[in-house]
Design a protein around this ligand. Structure first.
Ligand code: PLP
Length: 466
């Protein structure tokens, strides 16, 4: 099914050029200058291959995004067909293209029933940025220009364009970077594992809802435009909220005329077993849902903001004669990206990929929990195909290992030696695979992780960290 042309690369030449010229995102240059990068050059299904021909199981779906798996010739073909038919034309000023139009209608069909309008962007960060501009514009149009503040949460990840980085609440992500603090207030993250010890999960939920209510009282609902939240925080550590948290937070927002924005960049398109998790899993009806990543399974850059009928009614009313909604990108609704997304959605539906996640996901959760026997494994959490393992120095006190122990890097390196790529984030090991893993693959992965955690414990002991 796959007519890939094979290419041979000069590994050393590429490594050198990369090290000399490519400024990599989120890269520790103290290590990069010395080690450079691993070049991934081929992929197929659940596997990727590096430039030297080593094959790995992809445990992170590229970057939480290759939901239908790698090397899908039919997505490549749909993109090639569109690129040769009509690669690009403007979507500004009443122009459109067929894939963007078809995809908007398809997204409206798949999304919760009140979300029927789509604003396109180039990825998750730009989706969030565009959303905040639209939200501000919405309240200006309603004659409520003071409603500008956005409530976000510590450890949230919403991207790295200026506004998205300001919404992001992972402190280390913004070290020495500036943020738009006058527009954003960060509430506490919802993290059951590290909740205050004396609280039950239900009390913890009350506590977080109380905090939202106090923030609204302090800032004033007349000054707050929206609350933004990932249903499960991803890059912040796959943090699990207490039962009922999202629905209660939304109820408080609604009572105060504060819009509720769900950032489903990771949780959307099947990762939790549904196209959208907000309503199906968390019982919320967001005013806006943002998606990217799995929308095109990473085959082409694309983001989308799904907007309610109520908001659209205001956004689509001209400000005056000749007034236009003057925001958008050259590549809003890019035909090739939208063609990739349409084929991607067709595959998710045709192959029952959401059903696979609902079946194999709980199995993955169960099997990963067997890793709790390892000395550093403090918490195994997440849902379906969105999982993390938190490494600690002491399971009882939950004390972390020192940063210089680089425990996440150690586990990832040990897994990679054994043919599995997972993602180290500080002391966490993140597993967010393509959604086509079978139970058999899960068994293979957990066997590799078992060895990787055992080897990590030994190396930490040898270096005096345990
Ligand atoms: N929102 C969430 C929840 C994300 O996880 C990410 C990326 O990881 C983004 C937004 C930013 O998306 P992008 O990197 O496509 O700009």
């Amino acid at each position: 099914t796959n007519n890939k042309t094979s290419v041979t690369y000069d590994a050393q030449d590429l490594w050198q050029k990369d090290r000399n010229h490519f400024i990599h995102p989120f890269t520790d240059f103290s290590l990069f200058h010395e080690k450079g990068c691993d070049l991934i050059t081929n992929s197929e299904g659940i596997y990727v291959e590096d430039v030297r021909g080593n094959r790995f199981i992809d445990g992170i779906a590229g970057l939480w995004c290759v939901n239908v798996g790698h090397g899908r010739a039919e997505i490549g073909q749909a993109m090639a067909d569109q690129a040769t038919r009509m690669a690009y034309f403007s979507t500004f000023n009443n122009l459109s293209n067929a894939p963007a139009t078809e995809l908007a209608a398809k997204l409206a069909e798949l999304a919760p029933s009140h979300l029927n309008h789509v604003f396109y962007s180039c990825g998750g960060s730009t989706a969030n940025d565009a959303t905040i501009r639209l939200v501000h514009y919405y309240f200006n149009r309603l004659g409520k220009p003071t409603k500008k503040h956005i409530l976000s949460r510590n450890n949230a990840y919403h991207g790295t364009t200026y506004m998205a980085a300001s919404l992001t609440g992972i402190a280390s992500n913004n070290w020495e970077f500036d943020t738009l603090d006058h527009l954003v207030t960060h509430l506490s993250e919802a993290n059951c594992y590290r909740r205050p010890e004396a609280m039950t999960e239900a009390e913890y939920c009350d506590h977080l809802v109380d905090e939202l209510e106090s923030a609204i009282e302090r800032i004033g609902s007349d000054n707050i435009a929206a609350f933004i939240a990932e249903p499960i925080m991803g890059a912040g550590g796959v943090l699990m909220a207490p039962q009922g948290y999202h629905a209660r937070m939304q109820a408080v927002c609604r009572a105060n005329h504060i819009l509720y924005i769900a950032d489903e960049v990771v949780t959307g398109f099947g990762r939790l077993g549904h196209f959208f998790a907000s309503e199906a899993v968390f019982d919320t009806q967001p005013d806006i849902i943002n998606v990217a990543k799995g929308l095109s399974s990473g085959y082409a850059p694309l983001g989308a903001t799904l907007i309610s009928d109520e908001l659209y009614a205001v956004l689509s009313t001209p400000q005056g004669l000749g007034g236009v909604l003057s925001t958008g990108f050259t590549y809003s609704g890019h035909p090739v990206s939208c063609a990739a997304a349409l084929k991607n959605i067709e595959i998710i539906e045709r192959e029952g990929i959401c059903e696979n996640v609902r079946d194999v996901g709980p199995y993955l959760e169960r099997k990963l929990k067997t890793l709790a026997v390892h000395e550093t494994v403090g918490d195994i959490r997440g849902s379906h195909f969105m999982m993390a393992i938190e490494n600690v120095a002491d399971k009882t006190t939950k004390e972390l290992l020192p940063v210089e122990a680089r425990v996440g890097d150690r586990v990832a390196a040990e897994a990679q030696k054994r043919g599995l790529i997972i993602r180290p984030v500080g002391h966490l090991s993140i597993i967010s695979p393509p959604l086509i893993w079978s139970r058999q693959v899960v068994d293979e992965v957990v066997a590799i992780l078992d060895e990787a955690f055992a080897a990590t414990t030994l190396s930490l002991k040898a270096d005096g960290y345990l």
